[in-house]
Design a protein around this ligand. Sequence first.
Ligand SMILES: [Zn+2]
Length: 288
Amino acid sequence: MYRYFLGMLILVWQAGWAIAEPFKIEQISGSLYRFVDDRHRSVFLVTPQGVVVTDPMNQKAATWLKKEIQTRFHLPVKYVIYSHNHADHIYGAEVFKEAHTVFIAHHLARQDIVSTKTKTVVPEVTFQDQMSLFLGEHEVQLRYHGPNDGRGSISMLFVKEETLFVVDWALVGRMPWKKLWSYDIVGTINSTHEVLQLDFKHFVGGHADIGTKPKLRRYFNYLQALHHAVVLGIQKGQTLEAMQKEIRLDEFKDFRQYEAWLPLNIEGVYERLIEESGMGWRPDLKTN
Ligand SMILES: [Zn+2]
């Protein structure tokens, strides 16, 4: 009996410990790791030439990550790369600010950080279309694919590790976020199509799961199917409510939140088509 209670006590203590610590580090491939902070994810690359950190997320997460990198690898952080301008991904960068650390972002992300007085480290190196970082035998390729979600949102390809990292506009294992609030839908479809041409085996999203290229292709197929279904509904003169009742994309019902977020995804695409694509003002269409 005593042993049983002791066992229970240890279990409760362990569970409590797990709840108190929302951060996690997982190895993806070789020297590349995924850093998880509750709903947010980033990656970091460990090389003898130094560590490449991507989104620092927030001060608490960045402080934890910096300490883990120091104690596990004993290497300095050489680069910090921002995926885009959104504060929930790039706050806390000041934790990594040292004389030997260079902060990198797309020039549109930097412009937004400066003009909106975002409270994070202003990147000192920017690029327009593409740039590469070389650390010994490792190469990190950064690419801009046009508008998709946020400002200056890029893809990061870790060549040797065959891993692609994209934040917000591409993910696997789950539906895209509710009403796709700040998505440029067609831009997101185009950007995802572009990254699918790259050479990688592993995909890490800034949210949701680690996946493979076929899984990312399914996400792309879903976005296309969703967009197509809503365009068709508008052309038929259907109301948003009718579309939310009728449109089913059950081929993708294994995506988490499929039932709950499909009507919201439909609403997001509908609003974007009516307002931004101007389908709401088309004389040949009957829109409500
Ligand atoms: Zn996000």
